[in-house]
Design a protein around this ligand. Structure first.
Ligand code: GAR
Length: 218
């Protein structure tokens, strides 16, 4: 049986630790996707250096050089298409996307968000989780739809909130989980095991569900 890996374009704006976790996962021989391009809207994004050193194609499309959002997105889209990208992964990509761009990649674009969506959409999620006093926080990988930080959820990881947590301490524990769930979500989507069915993503061969997560434990 021939095995063809899906070509993935990862969009970053900064340090790119999630991109790195995808690159590392895609080194496995049986991983169903390869990282074909790392694209940044920020010329000195830390993650670009790492990608170049790995021999991965990189590109910069600087939003500041475009008069409008549409021109910027058309340039990004052309770059993605030119590299034969089939799946887009937003990984700390800090630009809002227009419905036009989202439509180009509907059902083929994932995002990672540092909260258990639909709670805490937007920015400063760890500080807001602490302010609200939630006991369980986490991270989500979801398909991108025009509405910000919404769309069918592929994988979530839950992280307990501890007494004395700071946004930084909690954020570090969430980030460690982000690095686990993004490769998993990409694997499920690229292999075709995860499929959108209405508002929900169904995953083929899902193991039996564990008991509920309780925190603090009784
Ligand atoms: C990650 O925590 C990611 O979830 C978050 O930005 C960080 C990027 O870190 N994304 C968002 O907040 C998107 N709304 P990274 O560059 O090291 O992957």
């Amino acid at each position: 049986m021939t095995f063809s890996r899906k070509r993935v374009g990862v969009l970053i704006s900064g340090r790119g630790s999630n991109m790195r976790s995808l690159v590392e996962a895609a080194r496995a021989e049986n991983f169903p996707a390869e990282i074909a391009l790392v694209l940044s809207n920020v010329a000195d994004a830390g993650g670009l250096d790492f990608a170049q050193k790995q021999g991965i194609a990189t590109a910069v499309v600087d939003h500041k050089l475009f008069g409008d959002r549409e021109g910027f997105e058309r340039a990004m889209n052309e770059t993605l298409v030119a590299h034969g990208v089939e799946i887009v992964c937003l990984a700390g990509f800090m630009r809002l996307l227009t419905p036009w761009f989202v439509e180009q990649w509907r059902g083929r674009m994932l995002n990672i968000h540092p909260a258990l969506l639909p709670s805490f959409r937007g920015l400063h999620t760890h500080a807001r989780a602490l302010e609200e006093g939630v006991k369980i926080h986490g991270a989500t990988v979801h398909f991108v739809v025009p509405e910000l930080d919404a769309g069918p959820i592929v994988v979530q990881a839950a992280v307990p909130v501890l007494d004395g947590d700071t946004p930084e301490a909690l954020g570090a524990r969430v980030l460690a989980q982000e690095h686990r769930i993004y490769p998993l979500a990409l694997k499920l989507v690229a292999s075709g095991a995860a499929r959108i069915e209405g508002a929900r993503v169904r995953v083929e061969g899902e193991p039996e569900a564990p008991d509920a997560l309780l925190w603090p434990r009784a």
